[in-house]
Design a protein around this ligand. Sequence first.
Ligand SMILES: *Cc1c(COP(=O)(O)O)cnc(C)c1O
Length: 452
Amino acid sequence: MKERKIVLSERDIPRQWYNIMADMPNLPRPPLNPRTMKPVGPDDLSAIFPMSLIEQEVSTQRWIDIPEEVLELYTLWRPSPLFRALRLEEALKTPARIYYKYEGVSPAGSHKTNTSIPQAYYNKKAGIRRIATETGAGQWGSALSLAGKLLGIEITVYMVRVSYEQKPYRRIAMETWGANVYPSPSNRTESGKKILSENPDSPGSLGIAISEAVEDAATHKDTNYALGSVLNHVLLHQTVIGLEAKKQLSIINEYPDVVIACCGGGSNLGGIGFPFLYDRINGRNVRVVAVEPVSCPTLTKGQFRYDFGDTVGLTPLLMMYTLGHDFVPPGIHAGGLRYHGDAPLVCQLYHDGLIEAIAYGQTSVFDAAIQFARTEGIIPAPESAHAIRAAIDEALKAKEEGKEKVILFNLSGHGYFDLQAYADYLSGKLMDYEYPEEKIKEALSRLPEVPA
Ligand SMILES: *Cc1c(COP(=O)(O)O)cnc(C)c1O
């Protein structure tokens, strides 16, 4: 009998995170303070982040110990299973062997708990009482709400008002884990009040919600801010995914030819990909592929330059591929992939040719999601379905070429809170958006000028 799942024991959870900054041929250029255009120092960040996370953000030490208390909480769902997609392989009649790492087993349903727990831990240790954050559809808010409850930190979530009203279930999950969730714009912050005075019916946006959360953290001494993707320390925490996957594949004497993940801010891609890029930098032949939506094609169509991390222009400037900080992508169902930039680490590695990128439209992504659900059983998050599409296409190419190939992809989360997207697909209402070339061109014309 062919093995379908490779499961590790709790003793096999990695004890250290892998920091790719120790091995990159070129480090990313530093974040800049938008007022002085000078590199951001620890003091600029200490109003909203604990020093331990700021140190991780700039560390070039290859291995960083995972604290005992974090390891203990990781055992709530880690190690996550590695599956071989035998029924999908059969349906595709491919000679390729397809494996997927399933991060949907976490209590919040996605990989984001891999970082929400250490972030809550380091804040707690620094004496912080409360963390403020933003959430769009609610995946990050859920992961941080759970972590806050487990570690004894109060969580305040500013949730984009349209999602707050249209997608109540994730809000209820956050409240079940004890968080306080406010529709954004709110009248709890000056940023929110200003927007509400101009437009009392504002539907909100992720940019506004970020402004509110950052302001809340910056104006309260006992409160910090936390981010669910993009930053170096977030990608560092996610490397438990790839480290476990390597161990699981080695048990069955396999090694991937290609490692695939969807890319919104880059954290699950970095998480599964960086431990394999370590091998690639050391001469091994392995491809790492980022998958993004055609409607928000950051790596495949963006420009590599400094831009704000948020829409409003409050954050430091990050060196990244960007579509322009005020670009508003079409409302695709994979909300987690609608970010105008990507993690500076992912962008530098892509720029240096160590990562590839590909973009798909949402109907072909949902074709893949449905095929996966009907063979492997799990209903995938719309974000994760981008990786499935690319994995299926790699498997079909292997079939055409008559080649054996080992494909590994990250199934970053389940889709049980995203059933409206499936309802739209099944009733034929799901549509493809054109590549928004004009809107991107416009947004790119408004990028900040940075002296060379
Ligand atoms: C948030 C999210 C993403 C996108 O974020 P990355 O930082 O690119 O990983 C992808 N998949 C799921 C399930 C998510 O919740």
